[in-house]
Write a protein that binds this ligand. Sequence first.
Ligand code: SF4
Ligand code: SF4
Length: 423
Amino acid sequence: MNNFFNYNELSQLHIELTNACNAACPMCTRFHVNSPLVRPDLTIDQITIEKFKKYFPPEIIEKCEIILFCGVHGDPGMAKDLYEICEYIAETNPKTAVRMNTNGGMRKPEFWKKMGELFAKQRQDHWRWVITWSIDGLQDTNHLYRRNVVWENLMANAQAYIDAGGFADWDYLIFKHNEHQIDEANALSKKMGFMNFYPKKSLGVDNGQQLQRMSAMTREGKLDYWIDPPDNPKNRNLENPPVPGINDQFWEFDIEHYKNLKETKTTYNNYPERIKTTYIVLHKEHKDNKHLDDAEIKCKAKTMSGGKEIFVDNFGRVMPCCYIGTHLNGTHSDSHSLQLHYEMNKYGWEGFDLNKHTLKEVLDAQHLDRVFTDSWTKPSCKEGKMAYCANICGTFSRVDKIYTHDKMEDKNRNWRFKDEKSE
Ligand code: SF4
Ligand code: SF4
């Protein structure tokens, strides 16, 4: 029996403070079919300062080198107690570094100035406190992916934070509409005082075989516009697609149907029923999954210093990583995602809940190992090996190329997971 996710080795936390967001990025799993409408089954919640102190008492904070606020369905900038939570960490253990990612469009410059002052007062060495701003273009392009983010507000917020002394990085997702602006954005980042500029190769613009267009849908369920993969192969994960052409499938939806789903908080794709079919699907896919069956899994929850990171969602549920957090909070209909839900449902969610157990109890009970780690050495996915883990952290990881752009600054960006949701 494995003892991978153990309390003694816990050294990093990735926490989703809230699943609320001011933006509406088409690829984000919090939305209904690439539209700006929140998924009908989603309950919006957040970790308040009271809950944070309960879930993460001083003995947990003291174990952590890094606490990351990023998340999978929301932006930490929307959490009402964000400042107080950061203050609590700073006061509890000056050795713990806070890192967070935001689209930066929410709140006023006064708030971000206060954040900058707090972040500037913390450690200034390798473990410094940093906010990463997800800015995918310039004034005329950022809002195409980061829908609803107002450029002027974003710039004023970032500048207020930097002027107050806060360390800032700039993450830049590359698409066709902004690939010509990489150098200009980098120059702007330097002028504003950002520390590092990271061009990122976006997921969602290929299917592993062929390039694909990402649809941005209206609130009425119609196609609004396309987000296209970069023309320059060096700006893409899939540089040389084996299948020519471009996939431009998209799904319209009926707004009245959406309203009905919202009233009953049900998923649009009958998800609970689909989960039951998981192993029928995996048996059918068996021949295609040989590379996953054979893959050796190197879990990314192992940190550079040899410790372990875990993910906690905004409901207080402990999960092994943000990749799995994305899918267990989502309704993706592929077999890998269905299997995660199936196995969690079979095992039971109760033991993972920080509202009922301490984090030490959750880890000491080895629930994460029983559901995830123990599966990695099973002979095949159809016999229970987690296909999702094999795909993300197996021999041919599909997320390892995101941070491989030529113009990456600080090529050792290794203090946290490479996030799948393109935050
Ligand atoms: S990807 Fe991030 S910024 Fe975009 S909508 Fe989702 S949570 Fe918000
Ligand atoms: S996907 Fe699986 S193997 Fe990869 S980091 Fe998460 S738990 Fe570990």
